[in-house]
Design a protein around this ligand. Structure first.
Ligand code: NAD
Length: 284
């Protein structure tokens, strides 16, 4: 009953396209759903781009496997048609509860009763969404990290209502697509990774914004002192400064001071991280 073969990914943005491609790369047929033809045209380009990245970075991808993955992917802007035979639907649409609610309500009506639903939401808890799914026992979070082919954790987190057999089926599926499943026993905002990472990044920022040490020296200390490959500011540059800024600016008073420092010294100067060629460091 919980065999997962046919997968649908909702949303073909940054993460949805990666989840869909990785799943197809590991041999599963995948339907990638997005709202309209324009979004699907963008998805097609993203998939071609991912194929090129996989060819360069993933073992075996250059021997035709990236093309095979592309062939297993189909695109749809018809939700009911996309999910009619789905075993698992993974949602990766914008991080806006109202959009998720409307989509899960439509999905609940369209998908077979046996279909498992998963959300990739980073900041919402699955229990925020479960009431709209029509099947709280077959719903949970399956949370990927950006660049899924390299940073291959898949955090699996249910609600009190998630059927343990569904939880295990999704963890096993995550493993079959090349992820390392991380089983989280009860709901936790930030899962495991962000529960560790966010306070760590903020602590680094507070040292630099408070004038205690230069970002490069904070990073150097962390690298030499722990053997870790990257310090907090190198990580900020990879993530991009906009998302952390948006989170901090809505936080406590001290978070808001950190946000103001980031804005004045980096964001207002277009230094947004690796993607713009400069953040705390210069690239290219
Ligand atoms: P994104 O903005 O890159 O992509 C969102 C996609 O959803 C777009 O293709 C958009 O056309 C589509 N969309 C918009 N409305 C839709 C609807 N009603 N139905 C279906 N598709 C719709 O977003 P993203 O960064 O890929 O994030 C998606 C989800 O993944 C969010 O919940 C986010 O918290 C989570 N996430 C993101 C990251 C990350 O690093 N970007 C990491 C882990 C988890």
């Amino acid at each position: 009953m919980n065999d997962i073969t046919r997968v649908v990914v909702l949303g073909t943005g940054v993460l949805g396209s990666q989840i869909a491609f990785q799943t197809a790369f590991r041999g599963f047929p995948v339907v990638a759903y997005d709202i309209d033809e324009k979004a699907l045209a963008a998805a097609k380009e993203r998939f071609e781009g991912l194929a090129a990245t996989y060819r360069a970075e993933v073992d075996g991808a250059a021997d035709g496997k990236a093309e095979e993955a592309l062939a297993r992917l189909s695109l749809s802007s018809d939700l009911a048609d996309a999910v009619k035979d789905a075993d698992l639907v993974i949602e990766a649409i914008p991080e806006v509860l109202e959009i998720k609610r409307a989509t899960f309500e439509k999905l609940a009506a369209a998908a077979p009763a046996r279909t498992i639903f998963a959300t990739n939401s980073s900041t919402l808890l699955p229990s925020d969404i479960a009431p709209f799914t029509g099947r709280p026992d077959r719903f949970l979070a399956l949370h990927f990290a950006n660049r899924v082919w390299t940073f291959n954790t898949a955090e699996v987190m249910g609600t009190a209502d998630t059927d343990p057999a569904v939880f295990e089926a999704v963890a096993a599926f995550a493993e079959r697509i090349g992820m390392v499943p991380i089983r989280i026993h009860k709901e936790k905002a930030g899962y495991v990774l962000n529960s560790l990472l966010v306070p760590f990044l903020n602590a680094g920022l507070a040292l630099a914004a408070g004038g205690y040490a230069e970002p490069e020296d904070v990073d150097k200390t962390w690298r030499i002192g722990t053997g870790a490959p990257m310090g907090p500011f190198q990580i900020y540059d990879v993530i991009g400064l906009t998302t952390p800024y948006n989170i901090l600016v809505h936080g406590s008073e001290s978070d808001q001071r950190l946000a103001a420092w980031l804005k004045e010294n980096y964001i207002d100067q277009g230094k947004l991280g690796v993607a713009t060629g400069e953040g705390f460091y210069r690239y290219g």
